[in-house]
Design a protein around this ligand. Structure first.
Ligand SMILES: CC(C)(COP(=O)(O)OP(=O)(O)OC[C@H]1O[C@@H](n2cnc3c(N)ncnc32)[C@H](O)[C@@H]1OP(=O)(O)O)[C@@H](O)C(=O)NCCC(=O)NCCS
Length: 185
């Protein structure tokens, strides 16, 4: 069984990014991200309605971290470590299977600059070396071409396809499930 302890929090630096801990100061930026229709297009989640909902979300992220049930980093540019431009992290950690699901999103202003490739590579490396995961899963709406391209570029392989397994706003959606294995044992 995997033994997870996210304390002390590990900040991650990549060539251009800082991945850091969330705080309540991120609430307005989190609201901007999670109420943006472009960001939400393929996520099957309702937009946040107000700052109170964003506060609840950031509070849940911090609680999950404290309970070692998930870890989410706030993505910033190195030249501005305050302004949150996205998020990335592991959730649905299956300790008994040494497996976790990765999730990520970036504000559209920063898309197509290779930022998320940078972030995914660093976070997956953290998952394998620090968390000792054996596999990482990503589940996407197959129509999310940017996310599919991103996963393939970072070494994930499409392992499964589920038809109409996700229900949102009166419609059923397919899911494509990607995986990457830790080959460093
Ligand atoms: C998916 C997402 C994280 C990509 O972030 P990003 O920083 O723009 O990604 P990158 O620039 O690192 O790489 C994306 C790659 O996909 C390609 N791409 C982008 N849009 C594409 C499209 N519509 N069709 C095919 N490929 C596409 C890019 O060209 C790039 O490849 P390249 O390096 O060869 O040019 C971002 O679009 C996003 O936040 N989307 C909304 C939230 C979301 O869908 N999250 C994933 C949920 S599973």
């Amino acid at each position: 069984m995997l033994d997870i302890n996210f304390e002390p929090f590990t900040e991650i630096t990549t060539a251009r990014l800082l991945l850091r801990k969330f705080s309540l100061a991120d609430v307005p930026a989190m609201f901007a991200l999670r109420s943006n229709t472009q960001v939400l297009e393929f996520l099957g989640r309702e937009p946040l309605k107000n700052l109170d909902e964003a506060t609840a979300l950031v509070t849940t992220i911090l609680k999950n971290l404290e309970d070692n049930n998930g870890i989410m980093w706030g993505i910033c540019l190195q030249e501005n470590k305050i302004q949150l431009i996205g998020s990335i992290g592991f959730w649905q950690i299956e300790k008994e299977n040494y497996r976790a699901e990765i999730g990520y999103m970036l504000h559209p202003q920063y898309w197509n600059k290779g930022f998320m490739q940078e972030a995914i590579k660093a976070v997956v490396a953290f998952g394998f070396t620090q968390m000792k995961l054996n596999s990482v899963k990503a589940s996407i709406n197959p129509r999310n071409a940017a996310s599919a391209a991103l996963l393939e570029k970072t070494g994930f392989i499409r392992e499964a396809y589920f038809k109409e397994d996700y229900y949102f706003r009166g419609e059923f959606f397919d899911s494509a499930v990607y995986g990457i294995l830790n080959n460093q044992h």
